[in-house]
Structure formats: structure tokens, C-alpha cells
Ligand binder design. Structure first.
Ligand code: KMH
Ligand code: ZN
Length: 310
């Protein structure tokens, strides 16, 4: 009898709130572009799509509930991918707006940012001279003085709202101290194990994307939490090196245009699905198979697509 192959959850974050339309013509902005990009992820073998929405005219990230509903309903009609909605929103989105999508759509999975940080993108603004839209430069440059607020109160409220709606939190961990924040929330009874951690590496203001930092974070989580599933995503050129290491270490992995616009050096990715296909080629070389959406639901203990409100 052959040994069972290890299954890994491949997530793609399709648009995010970091990149702006000037940076790539392939960044999905309109509902139709978002739907197509999510379908490309599913077709390539991804099990989860992480979703933000944007103003279709300007490409500015927003929290428009009608756009969310339009995108998720059409995706659900066409495939069984797991959808993980953001509660990060755009930089500067008021906290109350960020949780609305959970109460409205009751998704299977939603991000929960596990601490506050100076989420810095101002250095990226310096790389461009001409902008497609007037908001882009100030949005990025303003982050030199921007704290992404995720206080213990905010995290507790998000957990309560997710609990009420049967939504599993995906904890976004930008630095090692945030594992400690999560350990506190578990100890205080605000969230039950097993938890799902997404290590977000290489954001200026958070932990650098290095292998020793990843090992340190996984080991710290093992010591402080013990029972968890984990995944890694990393900014820009660190995306494929870090996700490949995650595959080697027994973790799950996230790619997508939210984190990196490129497929390889100098080559823009035309879709998040292209990045998923590349990571799956790498995974198979390492003897790791991508989990189907149904398998991902089992691994993460999700409630199922029949229990969402869209
Ligand atoms: N909006 C960014 C500041 C998430 O989706 O929860 C962080 C973010 C995380 O995108
Ligand atoms: Zn996000």
C-alpha cells in the first residue's frame, strides 16, 4: 500500500489593498475581473480565495457590500471554492465597516488581523512617477504615518461577530508578538483551538521574510498555541521562496496578486491562477498535492458552503 500523500491548502489573495492599478494592468478591480480571477484560482487547483473589493471606476479598495455580494454570489454559482473575506479592508477603513461583510455574508472564513502595526507602503510610492489614478500616490505615501489598528478590543469584537455568524477566523500574523496576542485570546476563552494562522511576511512594519524567521514563528506557535494549522504568504519577490519553504515544512501556502504582482523576475502574472499553477507545479515536485476545496473544508473545520448567506 502506498503512503498517503500530504495535502496542502493553496490560497490565493486576488486583489488586496496594497497594490494599485498603476502597478499592473492585471490587478483585478471590477466585480467581473474579481470573479474571473477567483475562477482562475479554482481552475488552477487553488482551494481558497481571499477577497477584498474595489471601486470599479478608480480601483480604490473599499468595503462596498453590494460589490462583495455580487462577486461571491457569482463565484458560488460557478464553483465550490472556499471564500475568505477580508476584515482588514483598505488602509484607514473604520473598524466598524471592516466587520460588516461577515455579518452580511456569513462566509466560511474571514481574515482576523492579530495585532496592530505600522503597515508601511510609502517606500513603494517612490518607485513610480506617473499614476493612473489621483488617489494612489497619497494612499501609499500616507502609510509612513499609518497604524493599522487591531487592538485587543477590536480583535475580541471581530471574534464575537465571527462566532455569531459561524465564520472561522484566519489569523493574519505579521510578527512574532502577534502569536502572543492570539495565545492570550485563546486563554481568555475568546477563540477555540484548533486555530488557523496565516504568517504574513515581508511587510515593512512586520517581520522580514526569511526562513529562520518562519521557523521561529512556527516553533513559537507550537510552544504557545500547540494545536493549529498554518499557512504562509510573503510580499513581492519573497512569495515563491517562502511558500515553497512552507510546503517543505508541512504548512499551507498563499499566493495571489494581493501579495505579489509577478510570476517571475520581470514577468507580471496575468492572473492569480497563474501563480497558483506555478506553486502547484513546485508542490508536486516535492511530493505534495493541493487540497480540493472540500478537503480544505475538512482540514480547517469549516461549516460548509450550504451555510453561508450568499
Ligand atoms: N488591508 C491591509 C492593511 C487582511 O486582508 O485582513 C491588510 C490586509 C489583511 O489586507
Ligand atoms: Zn487581504
Amino acid at each position: 500500500m502506498g503512503k498517503a500523500v500530504r495535502k496542502t491548502i493553496i490560497t490565493a489573495a486576488v486583489t488586496g489593498a496594497i497594490h494599485t492599478p498603476t502597478m499592473s494592468p492585471y490587478l483585478p478591480v471590477t466585480p467581473q475581473e474579481l470573479i474571473e480571477d477567483i475562477l482562475s484560482v479554482h481552475e488552477a487547483g487553488g482551494a481558497v480565495a481571499h477577497l477584498h473589493v474595489r471601486d470599479p471606476q478608480t480601483g480604490m479598495p473599499n468595503a462596498d457590500q453590494d460589490i462583495y455580494r455580487e462577486v461571491v454570489s457569482e463565484v458560488k454559482r460557478r464553483c465550490d471554492i472556499v471564500l475568505c473575506t477580508t476584515t482588514g479592508g483598505k488602509l484607514g477603513e473604520p473598524v466598524e465597516n471592516r466587520s460588516r461583510v461577515v455579518a452580511n455574508l456569513q462566509p466560511e472564513l474571514a481574515s482576523l488581523n492579530a495585532g496592530s502595526l505600522n503597515f508601511a507602503l510609502f517606500h513603494v510610492a517612490k518607485q513610480h512617477q506617473q499614476w493612473k489614478h489621483s488617489w494612489e500616490k497619497d494612499y501609499l505615501a500616507g502609510t509612513e504615518d499609518f497604524i493599522f489598528p487591531n487592538s485587543f478590543y477590536t480583535m475580541r469584537r471581530f471574534l464575537e461577530i465571527m462566532g455569531e455568524n459561524g465564520t472561522k477566523p484566519e489569523f493574519e500574523i505579521y510578527d512574532v508578538g502577534m502569536i502572543n496576542n492570539l495565545a492570550h485570546l485563546i486563554q481568555a476563552g475568546h477563540v477555540k483551538k484548533p486555530v488557523y494562522l496565516q504568517f504574513v511576511m515581508g511587510i515593512l512594519g512586520g517581520i522580514p521574510a526569511t526562513v529562520d524567521n518562519l521557523v521561529y514563528m512556527v516553533q513559537t506557535a507550537q510552544r504557545q498555541i500547540g494545536d493549529f494549522q498554518w499557512s504562509v504568504c510573503a510580499a513581492g519577490r519573497f512569495q515563491f521562496p517562502m511558500t515553497t519553504h512552507a510546503l517543505l515544512m508541512g504548512g499551507h501556502a498563499r499566493v495571489g496578486l494581493e501579495d505579489n504582482l509577478y510570476l517571475e523576475k520581470g514577468v507580471l502574472a496575468k492572473s492569480s491562477g497563474e501563480q497558483v499553477a506555478k506553486l502547484i507545479r513546485i508542490a508536486r515536485e516535492l511530493g505534495v498535492e493541493p487540497a480540493t476545496p472540500a478537503e480544505a473544508r475538512g482540514i480547517l473545520g469549516l461549516k460548509g458552503l450550504d451555510k453561508v448567506n450568499y
